[in-house]
Design a protein around this ligand. Structure first.
Ligand SMILES: [Zn+2]
Length: 347
């Protein structure tokens, strides 16, 4: 399966933080052919293990499986759903989105309702509609009917966006943060055949709400090195200044020097840069990002774990749809594989 095909499957699956069931099952299935064993821990992280030599370093790769989304908060008497946000979502991108509500009885289609421009007053048009004013219309005529359709308080809601290819190299779709990381990790496990290290390929849960899954997975695995594979903001689009987002799409994976939660361990940073340069893999260095990744949590586990981050430049993250270059993802796979192969010489 090509990386685009793997991404398509993962992107179309639902996995709002804490309700990762669908994407978790898929991750297990996709990882299975390329690892010696695959299971999950008590919090729900998927852990695939590729066994190496005894006493060789243990490396943990972490890609979060969860996505930003919504949860049903209340069901109005008239059958409309009010919701709570899960993860960092800008209210301005919610209006008029098509969504799927995942109920016990199966998914329901819905739209986030908006007032047509015809009946908006001049001042209304200028204002941002905040999420507490919004509601989801599933076509139910009453609270009773919504309940009959299967809706319960707390049901997860995801954006209803179908994966699409644009030309040869560009893809658009839902939850690329971080299904592209998951796809890169799966492909790296497929390509990785000679290594002394034991590799733990981990699909983590609840990253978007505070790097939670990485905490329990790293504690359980107790690796010698941690590498998170995630997305980063790709600039180079209208209205975004160079200094705000210097990383670009089509320029190769980004290697984090520092972000809000992590200063990459110097040895891991050296390892990643050397792996890229020796194998002529294009890369970009990144500092000062306001966000963070699972590597931040891994690095503070137990007595401390040297950690770093490989990121795939992605446009429009934390909105319903994102866009990225498959070539950047392929280079991220090459970098991951090359780095793992070099680990025994560095740790
Ligand atoms: Zn992410």
């Amino acid at each position: 399966m090509t990386i685009a095909k793997t991404l398509e499957k993962l992107s179309n699956a639902c996995g709002v933080s804490g309700r990762e069931d669908e994407v978790r099952d898929l991750m297990k299935k996709l990882l299975k052919p390329y690892v010696d064993e695959v299971g999950e821990d008590k919090l729900g992280n998927v852990i695939g293990i590729k066994k190496g030599k005894k006493n060789a370093p243990k490396v943990m790769l972490a890609t979060h499986m969860d996505e930003i989304g919504l949860l049903v908060k209340t069901i109005s008497k008239e059958g409309f759903l009010q919701f709570a946000k899960i993860g960092g979502i800008d209210d301005r991108v919610l209006l008029a989105q098509k969504v799927k509500v995942y109920t016990e009885k199966g998914p329901l289609h819905g739209i986030i309702g908006s007032k047509p421009p015809h009946i908006q007053k001049e001042e209304e048009r200028k204002k941002i509609v905040t999420c507490d004013q919004l509601f989801i219309d599933i076509g139910a005529k009453s609270q009773e009917e919504a309940k009959k359709m299967g809706v319960k308080i707390g049901d997860p809601i995801s954006f209803d966006i179908k994966f699409a290819k644009v030309g040869k190299d560009i893809v658009i779709g839902k939850a690329f943060d971080n299904r592209i990381g998951c796809a890169v990790m799966i492909e790296a496990m497929k390509q990785l055949n000679k290594t002394k290290c034991t590799v733990y390929a981990v699909g983590t849960v609840q990253e978007e709400v505070g790097l939670r899954g990485a905490a329990t997975a790293a504690f359980g695995i107790h690796p010698d090195v941690g590498i998170a594979i995630d997305v980063t903001i790709a600039g180079g689009v209208p209205g975004v200044k160079e200094v705000e987002a210097p990383i670009k799409m089509r320029k190769g994976p980004s290697i984090t020097v520092a972000d809000r939660g992590l200063i990459a361990h110097p040895k891991v940073l050296r390892l990643l840069i050397d792996a890229a340069e020796e194998n002529k893999i294009p890369y970009q260095l990144e500092t000062g990002l306001a966000g963070s990744t699972d590597a931040a949590r891994i690095s503070l586990t137990r007595e401390g774990i040297p950690s770093g981050v490989i990121s795939i430049p992605t446009r429009y993250i934390h909105s319903p749809t994102a866009l990225l270059s498959i070539k950047d993802a392929e280079n991220s796979v090459s970098l991951t594989v090359a780095a793992i192969q070099k680990i025994p010489r560095y740790f």
